[in-house]
Design a protein around this ligand. Structure first.
Ligand code: IMP
Length: 194
């Protein structure tokens, strides 16, 4: 399966930058839906897979090119897996400083002592006239007591990956990209298309 151009169905600059970096060695030209002036597709699914699939397929119908969509989020054990598929919407007006505060408060109120959490990512690769392929990635870790670090995006300042004592936001993108949920899903995709 040879791909030279790939449209990424996301308007999240942080995510697109990560995907571009990870696909750079394959010499695949990555464009975002925004570059092609294509609108956002609403995430109406209830699972990461459903959302990734519906976004990739809708975009592929619009532009006729191979399209990659991902849906990802933070699943916190003490909150029974929330915010999960609703991670982006959990933060009021996408203010993640506020979202992280709310999440830490909810964890405290849950009365559960576990700080375990994981980021999940599901990627869907839609090809014109072909069956969509799904790739999944996950990184396990713990939620810190308070946010720290300036790197990354979203919930990075409160996520400490297993085996480390710093948050994703402190570790920086080089380290994060080696183990993130997105890079693990993308690694599977790369093995499929290279
Ligand atoms: P979506 O996949 O764009 O619907 O949104 C996923 C949401 O989950 C993002 O807006 C972030 O809040 C959160 N998220 C997903 N991946 C990451 C990550 O690598 N770091 C921090 N937050 C993330």
């Amino acid at each position: 399966m040879k791909i030279t151009k790939l449209v990424v169905a996301s308007h999240n600059a942080g995510k697109i930058a990560e995907i571009k970096t990870l696909l750079a060695p394959l010499k695949i030209e990555v464009q975002s839906a925004a570059d092609l002036r294509l609108g956002d597709v609403e995430e109406t699914g209830t699972t990461f897979e459903e959302n990734a699939k519906l976004k990739a397929e809708a975009l592929c119908m619009m532009c006729g090119l191979p399209c990659l969509a991902d849906d990802s989020g933070l699943c916190v054990d003490a909150l029974d897996g929330r915010p999960g598929v609703y991670s982006a919407r959990y933060a009021p007006n996408r203010d993640f400083n506020e979202g992280m505060k709310m999440l830490l408060k909810e964890m405290e109120e849950s009365g559960k002592s576990t700080r375990k959490a994981h980021f999940s990512c599901c990627m869907a690769l839609a090809y014109p006239n072909e069956k969509t392929i799904i790739f999944e990635g996950r990184v396990d870790g713990n939620i810190s007591q308070t946010p720290s670090g300036n790197g990354g995006f979203g919930y990075d300042p409160i996520f400490i990956p297993e085996g480390f004592d710093k948050t994703f936001a402190e570790l920086g993108e080089d380290i994060k990209n080696k183990m993130s949920h997105r890079s693990r899903a993308l690694e599977k995709l790369i093995n499929k298309i290279k």
